[in-house]
Design a protein around this ligand. Sequence first.
Ligand code: PEP
Ligand code: MN
Length: 342
Amino acid sequence: MIIVMQPGATEAEQQGVITRLEREGFKVHLSQGIERTILGAIGDKTRLKCETVAALAGVEKVVPILQPYKLASRDFHPEDTRVEVGGLVVGGREVQIIAGPCAVESRAQLLETAAAVREAGATMLRGGAYKPRSSPYSFQGLATKGLEFLAEARERTGLPVVTEVMDQNLVAEVAGVADVLQIGSRNMQNFALLQAAGQTGKPILLKRGLSATIEEWLLAAEYILNEGNSRVILCERGIRTFETYTRNTLDLSAVPAVKHLSHLPVIVDPSHGTGRRFMVAPMARAALAAGADGLMIEVHPNPQEALSDGSQSLNPEEFAALVREIRPIMAAGGRLGEGWAS
Ligand code: PEP
Ligand code: MN
């Protein structure tokens, strides 16, 4: 249930409500808004009825949460959540552009790409050190070495690093380097991984599962939020449909849907969403027009030679052109960052 406290409720009244809920076995999450405080209480409603809680001092009203996800719902947290990443904000006024190679292939490849995407206007660097590949015979990533290169690229460019963690046992290692932990599509419902990643307190980029409904996606986010980590960024990356021309079907309708249902920021990955280079820029423009808080774009110095996802990767010039093309859309939405002033 959601407990909306009165605007003038005292600290003692708030604590009184929390104590009572916890005594009845509820887990209480606090959402401190500008105007008022909202408590999200998850537990057995037969032990404490909504009416009883509504009668406690300082309580304005109690609303049952109808959706299966609670902490991810807008009812619990009416204001947009802003996720802070190394001085940047995802879900705020400014759009964030995450760019970089699908996989970290070598020190030279990563450093060259990092410098190029930064120069073009990217605000964060992506690159997989551990790669989830559909075939066990495909390039699996440079693992620990890849993480070292990512750390060096961050040092040189100042760009925060987004990289995937594929396994619960790797969470500590990857979190030691990453500014944002990416949970890939194939792992969206790896609940033990979601919990372990959530426990690090790091921002988590949660990609939508290949065939996940919006509800399943938000329930996956709920696992992270339930660990006390509210720094979740959702990423629409296309879903499986009957269409085979594109690698996936980029579901841009998920952007306004998620924004309606949830307070979490949502970004779009048109690279995996289409699988085709020429479609990346148009769908990036469409994503921002639909209200996305950011983009994730695969960029490679020489896509023809990429060890993974070359056909959807842009070269640095194409990425720079994409950034120039989205600029008027960002400006129209009032979402250009400081660095874009000139
Ligand atoms: C990736 O971002 O490189 C990736 C593997 O994405 P997804 O999990 O969306 O397939
Ligand atoms: Mn990829």
